[in-house]
Write a protein that binds this ligand. Structure first.
Ligand code: GLA
Length: 388
């Protein structure tokens, strides 16, 4: 459980959408909550269990309240929240800034204060807030500002996870709205192209992420292996474990919230170990939440988008370095230390720790040049040490 104030670090948890979309119910959510604890996800830092779209009926009641679907949640949402809390986890829910959610259930447009109070009564700790069916004459920015105020005044701490897919120059106004994170891209799909495209679209956006307002690159597809009931998300049939590893490392380096999207009840041991990689999670959860910047690798003839290094300054003075190879064959990716501000004349060298293999690699002067297999990555934590 995070000891930091709400929203300081990227949120960690599980979300129902990527695998289950509309097919959700109380038993599923309880089963996932059980697994979060039993399989070590909570201990690794994943604390939110988030119910995405399709939890409510298609109409509000006579008092204008949202109504949980009695087929799916026969005991109501408070009972679900109580169960999640009894496991030491936090409870996340979903609504939308427009008149309807993306799947056509009632949205919170012009019900913001009423819904925020309702969520507080149910014990909600996290609200994902989508952007479908926004009336065109209304400025979206004001809808996020309104819901943010509603949540901050509802009598309960509720983390506000904005989700407008990077539209309307969101990065220019979202921090001031009070949201704790904001989706900056369209929806992820369980395939390698989608992962690459999202990551590349966020390079050079590192000024627009940081503590209390993190750039959310969308929920993880790690470990799904094509197992979504949505044709859109699962359309091309999943990724290899190597591609999932690169996906997870990118999201960790780039400081995205990490919302697990696979069915953790059936996840493989490889998936579980990747999602619980404590060295990668420590980079994602670094207390200063600085953005990762891209360095072009040598030799210069690689197209910048096919192979690159990301560097992220960490609170204790270390630097996280991620070597990413999007090419279809092995590449030696050479980082010259002057490109992170450390020429030989600075008098320091780097002691490198491999965050995937969990072992020290030794001390390097001037450059580090791992050979990275196709679609793979190397992530190291670099400590500055004086040259002898
Ligand atoms: C949008 C969001 C998704 C998901 C669906 C639910 O597409 O971007 O993450 O919440 O709506 O309908």
């Amino acid at each position: 459980m995070s000891n930091y104030p709400m929203g300081q670090l990227p949120a960690l948890g599980w979300n129902s959408w990527n695998t289950f979309t509309w097919d959700i119910n109380e038993e599923l959510i309880k089963g996932v909550a059980d697994m979060m604890v039993e399989k070590g996800y909570l201990d690794a830092g994943y604390e939110y269990v988030v119910i995405d779209d399709c939890w409510s009926l298609k109409e509000r009641d006579e008092q204008g309240r949202l109504v949980p679907d009695p087929q799916k949640f026969p005991n109501g949402m408070k009972a679900v929240g109580d169960y999640i809390h009894s496991k030491g986890l936090k409870f996340g829910m979903y609504s939308c800034a427009g008149t309807h959610t993306c799947a056509g259930h009632p949205g919170s447009f012009e019900h913001e204060f009423q819904d925020a109070k309702q969520f507080a009564q149910w014990g909600v700790d996290y609200l994902k807030y989508d952007y479908c069916f926004k009336p065109r004459h209304v400025i979206g920015e004001l809808l996020y500002k309104r819901m943010s105020l509603a949540l901050k005044n509802c009598g309960r701490d509720i983390l506000f996870s904005a989700c407008n897919w990077g539209e309307d120059n969101v990065y220019q106004w979202i921090r001031e709205s009070g949201a704790h994170s904001y989706r900056s891209t369209g929806d992820i799909q369980d395939n390698w192209d989608s992962i690459k495209n999202i990551a590349l679209s966020q390079i050079e956006k590192e000024p627009y992420t940081g503590s209390f307002c993190h750039n959310d690159m969308d929920m993880l597809v790690v470990g799904m292996h094509g197992g979504s009931n949505s044709d859109f998300i699962g359309s091309i049939g999943g990724c290899t474990d190597t591609q999932y590893k690169t996906h997870f490392a990118l999201w960790c380096m780039m400081g995205s919230p990490l919302m697990i999207g696979c069915d953790i009840r059936n996840a493989t041991e490889t998936t579980r170990q990747l999602l619980q990689n404590k060295d990668l999670l420590a980079i994602n959860q670094d207390p200063e939440s600085r953005g990762a910047y891209r360095i072009k690798v040598e030799p210069q003839w690689f197209p910048a988008d096919s192979a690159f290094v990301l560097a992220k300054a960490l609170a204790n003075g270390d630097i996280a370095l991620g070597f990413f190879n999007f090419c279809d064959s092995n590449r030696e990716l050479s980082l010259q230390f002057w490109d992170i501000g450390l020429p030989y004349s600075s008098g320091v060298q780097l002691s490198l720790y491999d965050c995937m293999e969990h072992k020290e690699l030794g001390t390097f002067k001037e450059r580090f040049a791992p050979t990275v297999p196709a679609h793979d990555c190397v992530v190291v934590r670099a400590k500055l040490v004086n040259l002898p």
